[in-house]
Structure formats: structure tokens, C-alpha cells
Design a protein around this ligand. Structure first.
Ligand SMILES: [Zn+2]
Ligand SMILES: [Zn+2]
Length: 141
């Protein structure tokens, strides 16, 4: 079977000082509607792509914002120290994966989320499309 996907994926902030390189395919893609994401990212929801932590290499100076998520786990959001773009999400609840902000992943990657999490907290104007799983609270186990 032919596979058009590249062997590696890369992501970067707007200014290019903070980057990530992933050497295996994503394990989970989701949209998060929690209030923490809104506070940190300043967007109505966050698009995250999770890769295996052991295959993800992050380089560059980052500002880390740590908080206890609604799940009860400590979560760290890593933003570029220069331009402030949020790029990386690490949570104690899922130590084997690293979340990368979907919009920051270089082409030809296409974001295809199959899950929406924390749907209970979503903004009323945001609609979850049909055909994807909506979880009232945290990520599927
Ligand atoms: Zn930057
Ligand atoms: Zn969230």
C-alpha cells in the first residue's frame, strides 16, 4: 500500500525559534473545549495532535505555563519564549505522549480530529461536527 505521509513531521512557532520534530505518526488527534485551553491559548477551543513522547524532539527556549487541569492532572503548556506561540502540551495524566498544537504542524499534515473533549465546557456558539466522538469531560482512556 502506498503511503503519501512523510517519515517525519515538524512543527514550529510563528517566529521559528521553538520547534518540534516527530518521527512516528500521531496517536491521537482531538479538539479540547476546556476553560484552561481558552485561558492559555486565547482561542474558543484548542486543536491538539498527540505524538509518542519518545519520538518527539523539542528544541528552543520556551516559557512554561503550568496549571492543574480539570482532570486533576498537572498540565504544562510550552510557549515560544520569543513570540509567545503555544506549541506543546504535556500532562502528567498521559506521560507517554506529547501534544502539539495542530495549526503549528507543517504541511502536508492535515488535522483530522476524531474526538472532542470537555464538551461540557464548550462555548455555546461552537458546534461539534457530526461523525466525531464528543466526550463530556476528559480524553478517552
Ligand atoms: Zn516563536
Ligand atoms: Zn483543554
Amino acid at each position: 500500500m502506498s503511503n503519501a505521509l512523510p517519515e517525519t513531521w515538524s512543527a514550529r512557532c510563528r517566529c521559528g525559534a521553538f520547534t518540534a520534530r516527530m518521527s512516528s505518526p500521531p496517536v491521537l488527534q482531538l479538539v479540547c473545549h476546556c476553560t484552561d485551553c481558552r485561558a492559555v491559548a486565547g482561542t474558543p477551543f484548542s486543536n491538539f495532535v498527540f505524538f509518542r513522547a519518545r519520538d518527539t524532539e523539542v528544541t528552543g527556549a520556551a516559557t512554561k505555563r503550568e496549571f492543574v487541569a480539570d482532570s486533576g492532572h498537572t498540565t504544562v503548556r510550552e510557549c515560544c519564549a520569543q513570540c509567545g506561540d503555544m506549541l506543546i502540551d504535556r500532562t502528567a495524566g498521559f506521560p507517554k505522549v506529547v501534544g502539539v498544537v495542530a495549526e503549528r504542524i507543517d504541511r502536508p499534515f492535515t488535522f483530522t480530529p476524531m474526538h472532542h473533549v470537555w464538551a461540557d465546557s464548550k462555548l455555546p456558539a461552537v458546534e461539534i461536527p457530526p461523525g466525531v466522538a464528543a466526550h463530556p469531560r476528559g480524553a478517552p482512556a
